[in-house]
Design a protein around this ligand. Structure first.
Ligand code: NAP
Length: 467
């Protein structure tokens, strides 16, 4: 008789693709089930773990990164293995995973950005904020990008927390940046930055801004930049005023107060000026003689009630903003994975509580799961993934109980290990990562920084070979 699945004799074999918070929280939930023997193998195409915690969280927000201690603890479990530098789709196919695991969970995040869809968007000196963030955080695929920081005036389109991160990093002094784990190439480039004015552009009003209060408040506390909001744009229009009055959300009222306070501030003569604008949308980026961005055309917006949600419409009032560098920060977007359904409009994998669903029948596709941004879209903070991961893991456990799992022909742990080593001899294990972590932290210690990141695959390889 076949042993029951999830026992020592016949462990539940799970592959998690992606090693950011969304992946780790699924692993944590599965591994803490004392009545189920689960073996988790986590894959990442990058040599280092932690996804957006390493490559998305801003370098001057070290505290947020301490969540990696939780991930370290999860990784110490004997039933957990990490395979870094292994690209699912290239080194191993999804079909090969299906032959070796009972369940596969994709926690691949949202790897690209949304566009503004306006003329001039692809001019030189117009970039996705996501690329700038990946560059200053030392993502191996973005370390060679160039951003023209000889520009004096920069526009950041969008008023979410990513836009806040970008604006803040552009405004930080070299001394402030030098205390962080920002990538060395970015520290060097930003230390020579000529940026003097940064504009953040919100298409709706202060009450609809997507940033959170601690993040926006920090913009008023920068050593090297004054904050400014045009007073007329800090005032609420009647629709927003009604929304704020009727809301039981104190943080919304607080957000409006913070912005009003910014509007009353006087310039103190700091070297940079950060201006928050509201109710404006870019309509075109205009090139200068050198073919790169020189100006941005803007239209003033008015709010309108769209079935209970305040949207915006363009008015006939326009203006031009002289800017030489533009970052669009209008949201991340998931990318399709071969062999899995994809919801084009939402930019995610269709699912029901984490079970990947067939877009035609809406039925779950056996053995396939999602967690994090590829499941729910690019929203929420790192902690949001704990609940989200638990929801997916719960669905996975329920499916084991109901016998709705894949039937792998070769679920053996050792065979898989041999196969991955054969396909990717430069794979990085968690033990390797612990060595890399130590190397980065001790390089940091020498110069009073939390760590100095290794930013290329070659650097990682040679550091491991030497240690
Ligand atoms: P987000 O919070 O969704 O903000 C996107 C912003 O882009 C919004 O202001 C949105 O305005 C605007 N936008 C969208 N399309 C636009 C267009 N065509 N023209 C002009 N503006 C447009 O996304 P995000 O900033 O990328 O952040 C992603 C998630 O990561 C969020 O949940 C965020 O809180 C989180 N995050 C957290 C931290 C932190 O905790 N410190 C740091 C970074 C990111 P509308 O509201 O009008 O659509």
């Amino acid at each position: 008789m076949t042993q029951q699945l999830g026992t020592a004799e016949r462990p539940l074999r799970v592959a998690i693709v992606g090693s950011g918070p969304a992946g780790f929280y699924v692993a944590e939930h599965l591994l803490k089930k004392s009545d189920l023997r689960v073996e988790v193998d986590m894959f990442d195409r990058l040599p280092t773990p932690f996804g957006l915690v390493r490559f998305g969280v801003a370098p001057d927000h070290q505290k947020i990164k301490s969540v990696t201690r939780v991930f370290d603890r999860i990784a110490q479990n004997d039933c957990f293995r990490f395979y870094g530098n292994v690209d699912i789709g290239a080194d191993l196919t999804i079909d090969e995973l299906k032959q070796r695991y009972h369940q596969v969970c994709f926690a691949t995040g949202a790897q690209t950005d949304r566009r503004m869809s306006i003329p001039g968007e692809d001019l030189r000196r117009s970039h996705a904020a996501t690329e700038f963030v990946a560059w200053f955080n030392g993502h191996p695929d973005y370390r060679d990008r160039e951003f023209d920081l000889s520009a004096e005036r920069v526009a950041v389109v969008g008023v979410g927390n990513v836009a806040v991160d970008v604006a803040r990093i552009l405004c930080r002094t070299p001394e402030e940046l030098a205390r962080t784990d920002i990538a060395d190439h970015a520290l060097e480039a930003l230390s020579r930055s000529k940026v003097r004015e940064v504009y953040m552009l919100g298409r709706r009003g202060p009450a609809q801004a997507a940033f959170t209060n601690p993040e926006v408040r920090e913009l008023g506390e920068l050593e090297g930049a004054d904050i400014h909001v045009p007073p007329e744009e800090a005032e609420l229009d009647p629709l927003s005023a009604k929304e704020v009055e009727g809301s039981d959300d104190d943080s919304l009222r607080k957000k409006v107060e913070i912005i009003r306070d910014f509007a009353q501030r006087q310039h103190t003569g700091k070297p940079r000026l950060l201006t928050l604008r509201f109710l404006v949308s870019p309509t075109e980026l205009v090139a200068g003689d050198d073919g790169g961005v020189r100006r941005m055309r803007l239209v003033k917006n008015a709010l309108l009630d769209e079935d209970g949600r305040l949207g915006c419409r363009a008015t006939d009032r326009t203006e031009e903003l002289p800017v030489d560098l533009v970052f669009r920060s209008v949201g991340y977007r998931g990318v399709p994975l071969e062999g899995l359904p994809f919801h084009e409009r939402w930019g995610l994998i269709p699912n029901d509580l984490g079970r990947v669903t067939d877009p035609v029948s809406s039925r779950p596709i056996p053995g396939m799961y999602v967690s994090g941004w590829i499941k729910r879209g690019p929203s929420g903070v790192i902690g949001t993934n704990k609940k989200d991961g638990a929801e997916t893991a719960t669905a996975m456990i329920e499916d084991v109980a109901a016998g709705r799992v894949l039937e792998p022909t070769d679920p053996d742990r050792a065979t898989l290990d041999a196969l991955v080593h054969e396909r990717q001899p430069s794979l990085v294990t968690y033990q390797d990562w612990m060595r890399l972590d130590e190397i980065e932290c001790s390089r940091g210690e020498e110069c009073g920084r939390p760590r100095v990141k290794l930013t290329s695959r070659d650097d990682v390889r040679s550091a491991l070979a030497r240690s």
